[in-house]
Ligand binder design. Structure first.
Ligand SMILES: [Zn+2]
Length: 249
């Protein structure tokens, strides 16, 4: 019988995956990265109880923007070394354009792990076709509590002094959009007002995103139309009036 494990972080994505896969075994590796203590706080408050390891890989190689090159393969190595045959990882649709999140990465990592460990090992993506807001919609639609989504930790750049997520990094923005899309209250969740910087950084770049993400972002900003409608339309003619934006076909 094959042994399965979900690579878990205490974040919203892997928490939803845990429910989606019907509560499999989980593994967390503390890489010594700068937001690991926040992940561990969230893990202590959430239902999954992962097997936990400690490593200095993230402390050694974390970049200024919190990217850790090779992270996902390193985590898969840990899971394979523990005897797991099927290793589940989350890289949802719309976020599969970096080297260790692509479909090719899953395929070739499975081949490499099988070669290295001398048995069939599969690295599988839990959500190859769902976007983050669609994952949240599935989670809530299945009757799981929204409070866990607020507790889960996603921020790459937590403020030094508090329990809040920063509200000023890409992970916070994606979480905000996914929660607000399903009308989960985000009041008090983020240290910075996402409206203040999210418009400049994301609405002006809508043509870079697949239409599902564009739809989610626009829906959330229209929902908060009193604050944002004027700003949104000041960008719209500039971005949608020329050519055929990528991902809109
Ligand atoms: Zn953040």
């Amino acid at each position: 019988m094959s042994k399965d494990v979900l690579l878990y972080s205490g974040g919203m994505d892997s928490l939803i995956a845990w429910y989606y896969l019907q509560e499999p075994s989980t593994m967390y590796v503390d890489l010594g990265h700068k937001y690991a203590h926040k992940e561990k706080q969230a893990i202590n408050l959430l239902p999954p109880s992962p097997v936990t390891f400690e490593s200095n890989y993230g402390k050694a190689f974390e970049e200024d923007d919190a990217h850790i090159a090779g992270r996902n393969f390193y985590l898969a190595m840990y899971a394979a070394a523990c005897g797991n045959d099927v290793i589940w990882l989350v890289t949802q649709a719309g976020e599969q354009n970096v080297p260790d999140r692509t479909p090719e990465f899953y395929e070739k990592s499975s081949q490499a792990l099988t070669l290295i460990f001398g048995r069939v090992v599969e690295l599988r993506n839990v959500f190859p076709v769902l976007h983050k807001h669609e994952m949240v919609r599935w989670y809530l639609g299945s009757g799981h509590p929204d409070v866990y989504l607020r507790v889960a930790w996603s921020c790459y750049n937590p403020p030094d002094n508090g329990a809040l997520e920063c509200g000023a990094c890409g992970a916070c923005f994606r979480k905000y959009i996914a929660l607000e899309y399903s009308d989960v209250d985000t009041t008090g969740l983020f240290a910075h007002d996402i409206h203040q910087w999210g418009l400049v950084n994301y609405v002006s770049r809508l043509n870079e995103y697949p239409w599902q993400r564009v739809e989610a972002i626009v829906k959330v900003y229209l929902k908060h139309s009193e604050r944002n409608l004027g700003k949104l339309f000041s960008f719209a003619p500039m971005r949608f009036g020329v050519g055929n934006p990528q991902g809109w076909e």
